[in-house]
Design a protein around this ligand. Structure first.
Ligand SMILES: Cc1ncc(COP(=O)(O)O)c(C=O)c1O
Length: 555
């Protein structure tokens, strides 16, 4: 077996030395991340084979083989927690349960809140509410009048605090009211927004869309149209919306035909970009600086504690500079997808923060001042949707609601306020403040002796675990019981708005530590002899194969 493999490798290397095409193919393989997420088609095939199964009550509490006394603590803790949540949030939970059968999104997020074998037992016994009624400052209040510190970031939209967006929408709507929702002709706010966005992005032309996904799609389409090349390069783990070409692998019914998913921050990738002639564009999501080559830290995939994260601004800047150089040399369009990070890192976005200029930049989320939007900014020669010399060869893009007057006016208010003193002040020493806060929380967690730490890219935080465990995902429910609301990906991500004061942050930190201590006291972080992350993964795999085999034999 090993000999056959060695012979094949020698043969491939030999062929590669002689034939340029074989060499290119080898280079492409080398530039793929060794994980499954680096191999989308394989990941898709594997995903289709993963069997569905559910833990019964006993297994729910002892999936790591913890002794009976620890299981009893877990059971008691779980029932107490479920009881607390049910007693505190009856109205929110009741409405959620009534609405769930009719809301596909709710069913989807609910099903993937924890690793799936735990899901059915958990959902049967521990309910959480999805409905809320008001926001104030940095808090959100549910139907029962229970208030949470908001760490959801509203999918990243909430950069400046809820009140900021409420007033952008109110003032924007007042400005648009006389015109109403007329489409096709423009409200004057559009012209003003274009000038502002030209200044912020440093690019020539702007197009407006309804979502970040649409903006990315249009940027890639234009890059393909102008370069006359087919392939887009995206990096392992990076999210760019739910459109097919940027979602290879699981999640996408059809495999995209023209996407290369390559390793980020890696010389093998630069080699591919340097050699191939079929690459139209490279998509960069600057959020990945926090965890290059890894996907969003969803609790549903939290099988063990091996995940780590750490942002290195200098290293990522250096990487972007290398990308910039190779894209310029090879005529590849460099696209920064700032839909999530735009305006969060610096007033000039990731381009300013990392000191590198892109050929196209997409924005969305916060830029709409609280209303839905997607924006493409690009160099003039890339934004053009037709050719003077071939008038029938166009790159069509229109959308009914593009440049909607209410959205444009809310955006105008947003952009005006970007110049205001209070907003400018929020950016002062931003990284210094948030890095210090992350250190403060990490210190408190270490002092409390809990196996949890955080890493951050400015105000985007991720949670990781320092001892092997199968139960880390339980932390999200302890955090909820402490009045902390996290994003739907679960415990793994906290997104702060820039307006958190030190006192508000201290309250969050104190509650976070209390949640981890309660979880520890309830016995979820049992450390058995021989429990390593590798052993956990091996056991999970064995378990899956067992179920797959049974399913196969039952059919
Ligand atoms: C970097 C990035 N690009 C694109 C999108 C898609 O934006 P939307 O959800 O508005 O379609 C997102 C959404 O999270 C994103 O984070």
């Amino acid at each position: 077996m090993i000999e056959t493999f060695a012979l094949t490798a020698v043969a491939v290397a030999g062929l590669a030395a002689v034939f340029p095409l074989a060499r290119q193919r080898l280079q492409l393989s080398m530039a793929k991340h060794p994980s499954l997420s680096g191999h989308s088609r394989m990941a898709q095939r594997v995903a289709r084979q993963v069997p569905g199964y559910a833990y019964d009550e006993a297994r729910f509490f002892n999936s790591d083989g913890a002794p009976a006394e620890w299981q009893a603590r877990r059971r008691a803790g779980f029932l107490r927690l479920a009881g607390q949540l049910a007693a505190r949030h009856p109205l929110s939970i009741e409405m959620t349960q009534r609405a769930r059968p009719g809301i596909s999104d709710l069913q989807f997020t609910g099903a993937y809140r924890v690793p799936y074998p735990y899901g059915p037992y958990l959902r049967q016994h521990l309910a959480v509410g999805a409905f809320v009624q008001r926001t104030d400052g940095v808090t959100v209040t549910d139907l029962d009048g229970q208030t949470f510190y908001d760490l959801t970031g509203s999918y990243g939209v909430n950069v400046f605090g809820h009140d900021f967006y409420k007033s952008c929408i109110a003032e924007g709507s007042a400005r648009a009211a006389e015109l109403g929702p007329i489409l096709g002709s423009y409200h004057p706010a559009v012209a003003w927004n274009v000038e502002q966005l030209q200044g912020i992005s440093g690019l020539d032309e702007i197009s407006f869309h309804m979502s970040g996904t649409e903006a990315v799609m249009q940027a890639v389409r234009l890059a393909r149209y102008h370069t006359k090349r087919k392939y887009l390069v995206r990096f392992t783990g990076a999210y760019h919306g739910w459109w097919e070409d940027v979602q290879p692998g699981p999640g996408n019914p059809l495999p995209p035909g023209h996407t290369y998913t390559l390793k980020e921050m890696d010389a093998d990738t630069l080699r591919v970009l340097n050699q191939r002639r079929d690459i139209a564009c490279v998509l960069v999501n600057p959020l990945q600086a926090l965890h290059p080559n890894k996907a969003a830290p969803g609790d549903n995939s939290l099988l063990d504690s091996s995940r780590r994260a750490a942002a290195d601004r200098e290293a990522y800047s250096a990487w972007l500079q290398q990308l910039r150089a190779v894209c310029t040399a090879r005529g590849i369009v460099l696209i920064f997808d700032e839909v999530f990070m735009g305006f969060r890192l610096a007033p000039g976005g990731a381009q300013e923060y990392f000191g590198v200029r892109a050929d196209m930049v997409t924005y969305g989320k916060t830029l709409g001042g609280g209303l839905p939007v997607g924006v493409v900014c690009g160099k003039r020669e890339l934004m053009k949707r037709y050719r003077e010399d071939r008038p029938a060869d166009i790159c069509f893009a229109r959308g009914t609601f593009n440049a909607h007057p209410y959205v444009m006016c809310a955006m105008q208010v947003f952009l005006e306020r970007m110049h205001s003193e209070p907003v400018r002040a929020l950016y002062a020493n931003l990284d210094g403040i948030w890095n210090r806060r992350a250190e403060q929380l990490n210190l408190k967690l270490r002092e409390a002796g809990v196996p949890v730490q955080v890493a951050n890219l400015s105000t985007v935080w991720t949670v990781f675990y320092t001892e092997p465990s199968r139960y880390n995902w339980m932390l999200q429910f302890y955090l909820r019981a402490q009045g902390l609301a996290l994003s739907w990906v679960g415990t793994g991500r906290m997104v702060f708005s820039l307006n958190y004061t030190q006192a508000e942050f201290d309250a969050v930190a104190q509650r976070f530590v209390a949640a981890a201590q309660a979880m520890q006291a309830d016995g979820w972080w049992w450390q058995g002899a021989g429990q390593t992350n590798k052993a956990i993964r091996r056991n999970v795999l064995r378990e899956m194969l067992g179920h797959r085999f049974q399913i196969g034999s039952q059919r």
